[in-house]
Ligand binder design. Structure first.
Ligand SMILES: [Zn+2]
Length: 256
């Protein structure tokens, strides 16, 4: 899988001072930062600690970084179009992604045009946490109009060089359907989610292992000996992200 060495810099994701967290603020969070969600609806797909700071993971997944495009292409996803983040009056941000996911079934449709709607929560704090909610809609698959899959990405600081990525996914129904159909949707969507996120997890870990600079560990430790000067990196740049649909069966996002 072709990983890219450099990521083009784009305008900062956070322009205002409201979302910035000062070094004092970071110092107050010596321990793991809670995401603050009142609940996580659906099944937990990923709940793991990665060797990188929270800004790095956010940039890789939710800015227009090559990493995410590489990931989608590694899954044979084509026609990738990543929209720009648009700030809303409540400080949340929205963007849409469109791409066509390859389906792995031996019969039926081979591709599913997909739209992914992403909402960046206004409760995000650079250096501490980023929360993104996504809704993925597949077309050209059976029962496509019946359901969609939503995911909650909670990226939180664990330590200066560690962060937690927690992803929960839920299958949402737009209309009632027979039990047998629902079972089919649940199974295929579940398979698609596992395939997609297991791949993302390994792709991410492989990238971090080959790009240790993302952790900035040495640099920071050196500084901390002379006093904590934790500086959060400027965040983000608009980039691509998640799901993909799947199968010719009701699998929703995350192409298999
Ligand atoms: Zn959460």
């Amino acid at each position: 899988m072709g990983m890219i060495d450099s990521y083009p810099k784009k305008p900062p994701f956070f322009s205002g001072s409201k979302l910035s967290c000062s070094k004092v603020c970071l110092m107050l969070y010596a321990g793991e930062v809670p995401c603050g969600c009142s609940e996580h609806v659906g099944r937990t797909i990923i709940n793991d600690v990665y060797t990188a700071d929270v800004e790095t993971i956010f940039q890789l997944l939710f800015t227009d970084a090559n990493f995410f495009r590489d990931f989608l292409m590694a899954r044979n996803t084509i026609n990738i179009d990543i929209g720009e983040w648009q700030e809303q009056t409540d400080s949340s941000k929205l963007r849409d992604l469109n791409y066509t996911v390859a389906l792995n079934y031996s019969f039926g449709p081979k591709f599913s045009p997909t739209t992914e709607h992403q909402v960046y929560s206004s409760s995000g704090q650079p250096g501490l946490k980023h929360l993104v909610h996504t809704e993925v809609m597949n077309r050209n698959i059976p029962y496509a109009e019946t359901f969609f899959v939503s995911c909650q990405y909670c990226m939180t600081r664990v330590a200066h060089d560690k962060m937690r990525l927690r992803i929960t996914a839920n299958i949402n129904y737009r209309k009632s359907c027979w039990g047998v159909v629902k079972n089919l949707i649940e199974k295929n969507a579940g398979d698609g989610l596992r395939s997609y996120y297991n791949h993302l997890d390994s792709f991410l870990k492989e990238h971090l292992a080959s790009h240790p600079a993302h952790c900035r560990t040495k640099h920071r430790r050196k500084r901390q000996r002379h006093g904590p000067r934790l500086r959060h990196r400027k965040t983000a740049q608009p980039a691509p992200s998640p799901p993909s649909p799947t199968h010719h069966q009701p699998t929703s996002h995350f192409g298999g």
